[in-house]
Design a protein around this ligand. Sequence first.
Ligand SMILES: Cc1cc2nc3c(=O)[nH]c(=O)nc-3n(C[C@H](O)[C@H](O)[C@H](O)COP(=O)(O)OP(=O)(O)OC[C@H]3O[C@@H](n4cnc5c(N)ncnc54)[C@H](O)[C@@H]3O)c2cc1C
Length: 564
Amino acid sequence: MHDVVVVGAGCAGMRAAIEAFDTGASVGVVSKLHPTRSHSGAAEGGINAALGNAAEDSPEKHAFDTVKGSDYLGDQDAIEILAAEAPGDIYQLEHWGCVFSRNGEGKLAQRPFGAAGSPRTVYSADITGHVLIHVLYEQTMKRMEQGSTPMHVYEEFFAWRLAVEDGRCVGVVCWDLVNGGLRLITGRSVVIATGGMGRIYRVTTNAYACNGDGMAMALHAGVPLKDVEFMQFHPTTLYPSGVLITEACRGEGGYLLNRDGERFMARYAPNALELASRDVVSRSETTEIEAGRDVSGSMLLDLRHLGAERIRTRLPGSRELALTFAGVDPIFDPIPVRPGAHYHMGGIATDNWGATELEGLYAAGEVACVSVHGSNRLGGNSLMETITFGRRAGQAAAERALSAAPAGTVSDVPLVQAQRDLETLLARKDGERPWKIRDELGSSMLENFGVFRYTERMQEQLEIIVALRERYEHVVVEDKGDVFNTDLTQAIELGSMLDVAWCMVQAGLAREESRGSHSRPAEFPERDDERFLKHSVTQWTDGGPELSYKEVRMTKWQPEVRSY
Ligand SMILES: Cc1cc2nc3c(=O)[nH]c(=O)nc-3n(C[C@H](O)[C@H](O)[C@H](O)COP(=O)(O)OP(=O)(O)OC[C@H]3O[C@@H](n4cnc5c(N)ncnc54)[C@H](O)[C@@H]3O)c2cc1C
């Protein structure tokens, strides 16, 4: 048995594993992907910390911007922790070898990002996630080879279910992707860090691995999700593929045009323009598209005035993506973009140390909801959250494991149950293929639970999800083999996606207001602090999701009307 099992090896998972190990725990890391293929590696624009290298800044300002950006739904104590601890965490990453871009004085460079009062986004050109994930993997590998306390990575192990015994989480049931077979990997503490669920939508910046597995595992173990109705749509995803073009393009001075060549953000956010918060820019674009001022379904992101040199040095990755996926060279032509599903603000409800309601279970990163993002995340805050709260969750999980009474043997009941369910699934010879259900889920979520939301469409979406779940009961997995059976794992992932989608839409329907990324322009166009300045909490029951609410923790900022 490990002291700590971390499920997920993105930035949050590896940061948690490193801290747990450094606290003295033996650690097992489970990941369905090789760690450096985790989706964190795709992050482009940067990571926020109030270093004050580009202009005057402070953790207090960082915290206020984040509270305001969250449309006052973020828990202010958690936000203050993030802002206060971020600078130390950045210097630690830098000392571990992160090659961040520098300014003329040789200090860490910082660029402006949306809704930030000061340029505070630290970056490595526009491949920040790639740099972070490799440094964290180096640090993980270093610990695998060092000392008497073991660190082990279960690479390409697919986690399916949590093992719970006597009200404590004691491990995770996994499918070994390389060799086949189920394994129960046990730990005194378990940290879930499985990332987001953007694949629930057809147009998304998220990788194929982002399916909400961890959220579904927690739900089915009786752990509530928080604020699941809030899905961020990023305003600049490539048309038509949905590949992200980073906010750093606008941070560097790029602007958005409609079909008339008008810089339309001047009408929606006269001060912040393209650097208003993402919910505001996505809604503005959608309004322009719906009014017919689009260019074949897209808006245009213009970088040409930045000049070839700046595009090549500061935004090389974005140029490459535009060339590869849209056939456009931004040095000469504007890039076609539109809003796409990008980041899930909701997730497994945790306290400020990553602890969940289930003893022994922790969560960190995009899968978790601490909550620092409330109803709308600021660009650059998510990577920071993975590091700061990944570290805190790793430490807390290790301290608990090391102080808990030595566990006896863990029963094999969860393994036997999983084996039985697996055999039932694989024994089925006829039925519908999972991908059809997946496609319908993705298209209907985009249609009915996107940038703008309407009661009737959300009700329709609930009915669609319930019907898709019924069809899901009869899906057939054609590949019956053991080696890299992605047919099997994709079928399991689909089950998670359907359950998380159900929770999202149900919570969305119940929130009768417009706040952050949840916009109901026809029926409830205003924020309603009296009724809804509270977190939604979703629990799983035999009849589906059940909703309740929880107070937002405020420290010093009272809600004001946001303007940009
Ligand atoms: C294209 C893109 C660009 C972005 N750019 C930025 C940016 O510039 N700045 C910023 O702050 N944020 C950015 N974000 C958001 C940010 O990158 C993510 O929120 C963050 O990296 C998520 O990290 P994570 O560790 O929580 O999850 P991930 O990095 O997604 O890692 C999840 C891990 O869990 C594992 N896993 C998942 N399911 C299972 C399972 N069932 N069994 C076993 N293992 C499993 C995966 O293998 C992986 O190792 C961006 C997001 C996208 C999509």
